[in-house]
Design a protein around this ligand. Structure first.
Ligand SMILES: Nc1ncnc2c1ncn2[C@@H]1O[C@H](COP(=O)(O)OP(=O)(O)O)[C@@H](O)[C@H]1O
Ligand SMILES: [Mg+2]
Length: 189
């Protein structure tokens, strides 16, 4: 389960895992708890994950688990190899909604606009497509939907009642039409 920070991955992954049932693995939690980091990113006031170690640790957890494992992280595509993946869900959210969520989270303006820009530019989708190709990649538009609706939509795809698709959102065109693109990309509060 991947997508820009703030789209709702952890909320949805937790709920999906309890319903399946399955194990929810939050990559950020594992990396922080086990200090799988290579240093600090001073500009972003964050830590840089040690991707090879994080990937090994995640796969250890998968190997120890008999049921479903939901790996939740915005760089999950860098941690799970195509051969080990059942399906990748890329959660998407209207950048206007995402901006509000990230501001509420207390992110500083530059971090808000960096993440909003990532969402507009489909960064997590492109990462997943590069890692897995389009057959195993499903995009879910979470905008204005509650988590139960989103979990049901994922369930329908897993049950093959609904088609798995990519290319379902086009934020650039939507925001340009609304006239909100420039203000979303500005880092002013
Ligand atoms: N479907 C939703 N609709 C509205 N707000 C949501 C939804 N899912 C999560 N949120 C809220 O958005 C914020 C980010 O959610 P979270 O699950 O932590 O996202 P992520 O793991 O992708 O960073 C939280 O405050 C959460 O309560
Ligand atoms: Mg999260």
């Amino acid at each position: 389960m991947t997508g820009t920070p703030g789209v709702g991955k952890s909320t949805v992954a937790r709920q999906l895992a309890s319903g399946l049932p399955g194990l929810h693995v939050d990559v950020n939690d594992v990396v922080a708890a086990e200090k799988l980091i290579i240093g600090a990113d001073e500009a972003r006031k964050t830590q840089i994950a040690d991707i090879p170690r994080a990937a090994r640790r995640i796969m250890e957890i998968v190997a120890e688990t008999s049921g479903y494992v939901i790996i939740d992280g915005h760089y999950a595509s860098e941690l799970v190899e195509a051969k080990d993946l059942f399906m990748a869900f890329i959660l998407r959210r209207d950048p206007v909604e995402l901006q509000l969520i990230l501001r509420k989270r207390g992110y500083d303006p530059s971090k808000v606009s960096e993440n909003v820009a990532s969402e507009i530019l489909d960064v997590c989708l492109v990462d997943a497509l590069q890692a897995y190709g389009k057959d195993k990649v499903c995009e879910i538009d979470c905008s204005s939907k509650d988590s139960t609706t989103i979990v049901e939509e994922i369930g329908s795809i897993l049950n093959k009642r609904k088609k798995c698709r990519v290319g379902i959102v086009d934020w650039l065109t939507k925001l340009e039409t609304e006239g909100t693109l420039d203000s979303l990309l500005a880092s002013k509060p």
